[in-house]
Design a protein around this ligand. Structure first.
Ligand code: ATP
Length: 269
């Protein structure tokens, strides 16, 4: 048995039969429902997850080559950053708390809770989840400042975190805020299963993959790239083109659907 699992996680894992073909996806749903009950997630977080699930289905529920390329570029950018920050919301805390803490430790950066539907009780609940997973310092309930050009509750950010960061890693973000952060001259690394979202199109580096797969892969890549020097990191960034990579993701989905439809027609009755 995995000793890092909480009682909640163990009871969720026993809910779905081991041979169920969609076990992982159903387990994630159960985790999110639990997170909703524990006030970590807003109901809208479930809907956002549904949109992501649909794109993950189209991507074959695997980290594809274009995602590996952007993970490589993201790792290099995080290593080059002067003051990187990981922005955390309810979905991220519910699904990848431990991996986020490991990543923050690997980069030696701060984590900041930032919610679209800001709620002090939810911030406290998310902070507890992150601290239980080993986080030493979590921002988001400290000295906040309002960033311009944004009207949602996400405009309030920490003076010690997102406000002064040069590179921000975020997931399941809305397009307006991504745009506002880019306008503030920040480099944004976005993890988003939908290559067509405004966030995907606006970010400096977009990782079209599930947060549950990409956060641990990103931590692993940061660790590997630490053995190389700054010039190597810069070379990786200079060779990466986010628009081209997004186009590859869109083409992948379209070709996969074409292949699936051709297979269906050629299959004997
Ligand atoms: P935008 O404003 O950028 O166009 P949106 O309105 O579609 O985006 P939101 O609902 O604010 O986006 O955010 C949810 C986004 O996160 C969606 O694009 C969805 O595909 C993506 N998403 C959902 N679950 C995951 C996940 N587990 N991993 C990565 N991305 C996810």
């Amino acid at each position: 048995m995995d000793n890092t699992q909480t009682g909640d996680e163990r009871s969720i894992r026993s809910l779905i039969p081991f041979n169920h073909p969609r076990r992982e996806s159903l387990l994630i749903r159960e985790k999110l429902v639990k997170a909703l009950e524990n006030n970590i997630l807003a109901p809208q977080g479930l809907i956002a997850h549904g949109r992501g699930e649909c794109f993950d289905y189209l991507l074959g529920e695997k980290t594809q080559e274009f995602a590996e390329k952007s993970i490589n570029a993201a790792a290099a950018l995080l290593l080059l950053a002067k003051y990187p920050v990981i922005s955390v919301n309810g979905n991220m805390a519910a699904l990848t708390a431990k991996d986020l803490v490991d990543l923050a430790e690997e980069i030696n950066c701060k984590m900041e809770i930032n919610l679209f539907y800001r709620d002090e009780k939810r911030i406290k609940a998310i902070k507890e989840v992150l601290e239980k997973a080993g986080a030493k310092e979590v921002l988001g309930d400290d000295d906040l400042i309002t960033i311009p050009e944004l009207f949602s509750e996400r405009r309030r950010v920490s003076r010690k975190g997102i406000y002064i960061a040069d590179v921000i890693l975020l997931g399941l973000e809305d397009g307006d805020r991504t745009e506002a952060l880019v306008k503030m001259d920040k480099k944004v690394i976005a993890i988003d299963l939908n290559p067509l979202s405004r966030t995907s199109m606006t970010a400096s580096i977009t990782i079209v993959d599930n947060i549950t797969r990409s956060i641990p892969l990103l931590a692993k890549r940061v660790k590997e790239l630490k053995t190389k020097d700054k010039r190597e990191w810069e070379k990786i960034i200079n060779n990466f083109d986010n628009k081209r990579n997004l186009a590859e993701a869109i083409k992948f989905i379209s070709q996969r659907l074409e292949n699936l439809s051709a297979d269906l027609i050629s299959r004997p009755q």
